[in-house]
Design a protein around this ligand. Structure first.
Ligand SMILES: Cc1cc2nc3c(=O)[nH]c(=O)nc-3n(C[C@H](O)[C@H](O)[C@H](O)COP(=O)(O)OP(=O)(O)OC[C@H]3O[C@@H](n4cnc5c(N)ncnc54)[C@H](O)[C@@H]3O)c2cc1C
Length: 433
């Protein structure tokens, strides 16, 4: 008999949320183990992001169906959880600005998507340039979309909150254990970590974030996909800019089919202001520094030469956008200039401190195209969550409920009659359909 019914690989906001729901519903929560390579959970993308609870107007309800549904449900769930744990949740709203006619047409689409994804008429509004200016006098644009149902939180703190709860339910945590090898014999997984520890389980949930593709490949899954990594960097705004706007300001992305967003003007949950993120191509999911990036270079180049990533990288448009991202990484002036297009009062010389960077990992198909939605791949006694990018943190609780509910339905974990989580996983999963 294996030691555990389920082993969850990855203690980011997603893996921790899955562990929260599974152990909160299990008759024997001690049969579930959450494995994290770091000494604490939520150390990577889950605490290295913009901290927005994104309103779902940005997501095409057809092409990004799962993200759209999860983001739509995520708002109320994070609000309830933040109140329950007494953590920051600031409903501060967002202004999405168009800088040309093409951008205005895109805002029209966002309005349709927002309504289709459940935003109410009084929560989302198209504005002309004058109306946008009345709302935010320092912003320049040709039109804008204002959404009041957008909030700022600290996902790292929320993830730690979930960890406290799942620990109190009785879930096991294996911290500081990097999964190195996975083998399977007679229906039992043997997971060996770099320290040499062996963890056995009947079922594996792969929620390893930027590393989930490598974990899936090591189990012979998702071989038709590969991934590329992009470092998002920020600059912290000095206090003199704190009253420049009340709202976060996002500009309509010029190339939404690529993972290159234009840097935003961000209002953080604790009131700080920042400019970012850009999306600089890097060689690994933890390439926060140039030294680490170089260490990952050779293996990633070898892998990319064999997969669809090669086609993506040699696409002319990709190369041109990537070089502009690289420029904004090397030059503060180039980065701030991108935000000055809609906030002309910003001066690059006033920015002296970088913010915390984070890496997003985008999945590429065989044809070299970026996959728009997240991929949840169910295999025999394992499930793999790939391409879990923004708004991944916003949607982590409903996504986790959906996955936990299916694992419970399959009977891998025996359900208790008295769930301890704040929500019933099955009813959230039904809302995700
Ligand atoms: C710059 C940036 C800005 C963003 N802004 C937002 C935003 O404002 N709003 C939003 O909703 N989303 C945002 N996102 C996306 C969001 O942060 C991610 O979708 C989310 O954090 C992903 O969570 P995760 O748990 O899948 O990954 P992670 O947080 O990366 O967690 C995966 C965990 O797996 C562990 N792990 C990996 N491999 C192994 C192994 N072999 N053994 C053991 N453990 C392992 C890692 O150490 C890590 O802790 C942003 C992302 C970036 C990069």
């Amino acid at each position: 008999m294996p030691d555990h019914s389920v082993a969850i690989i990855g203690g980011g906001v997603l893996g921790t949320s899955i562990a929260y729901f599974l152990s909160g519903h299990a008759r024997d929560p001690g049969s579930i183990v959450l494995i994290e390579q770091e000494q604490n959970i939520g150390q990577h993308t889950s605490s290295r992001n913009t901290g927005k609870v994104h309103a779902p107007f940005l997501y095409d309800p057809a092409a990004k169906k799962t993200f759209a549904k999860a983001a739509a449900l995520g708002y109320e769930m994070w609000l309830k959880y933040s109140e329950y744990k007494n953590l920051l949740f600031r409903r501060d709203g967002v202004l999405e600005v168009a800088l040309d006619d093409k951008g205005t047409a895109r805002l029209g689409k966002y309005m349709q998507w927002g309504e289709a994804n459940g935003l109410k008429r009084d929560e989302i509004k198209l504005l002309n340039s004058k109306e946008a200016n009345e709302l935010e006098p320092n912003v320049r644009c040709v039109s804008a979309l204002y959404c009041s149902k957008d909030a700022s939180v600290e996902y790292g703190a929320l993830t730690l909150g979930l960890m406290e709860d799942l620990r109190s339910f009785g879930c096991k945590l294996a911290l500081g254990q990097r999964v190195d090898r996975i083998s399977r014999k007679s229906g039992e997984y043997s997971i060996t970590t770099t320290g040499g520890t062996e963890i056995t389980a009947s079922y594996i949930i792969n929620a390893a974030g930027g590393n989930s593709m490598d974990v899936a490949h090591s189990m012979g899954i998702a071989k038709e996909y590969s991934d590329l990594h992009f470092r998002g960097e920020y600059w912290q705004a000095p206090p003199e800019y704190h009253d420049l706007t009340k709202l976060s300001i996002y500009s309509v992305p010029k190339h939404p089919e690529y993972p290159f967003l234009d840097p935003h003007w961000i209002v953080r949950a604790d009131g700080r202001r920042e400019v970012g993120p850009n999306a600089v191509p890097v060689f690994g999911p933890y390439a926060y520094t140039w030294r680490k990036n170089l260490a990952d270079m050779i293996p990633k180049l070898l892998e990319s030469s064999r997969t669809g990533a090669r086609r993506a990288v040699f696409d002319r448009q990709f190369l041109s956008l990537a070089s502009s991202e690289l420029k904004s990484s090397l030059s503060k002036r180039a980065m701030i200039a991108r935000a000055r297009e809609f906030l002309p009062a910003l001066r690059a010389s006033a920015f002296t401190k970088r913010g915390t960077s984070g890496v997003r990992s985008s999945v590429i198909d065989r044809m070299g195209k970026f996959v728009p939605d997240t991929i949840v791949m169910w295999a025999d006694s394992s499930v793999h969550v790939l391409n879990y990018n923004s708004p991944g943190a916003t949607g982590a609780l409903p996504m986790a409920a959906k996955i936990a509910s299916k694992v419970l339905d399959e009977g891998t974990v025996v359900a208790s009659d008295k769930p301890k989580s704040l929500w019933d996983a099955t009813s959230i999963a039904a809302d995700m359909q």
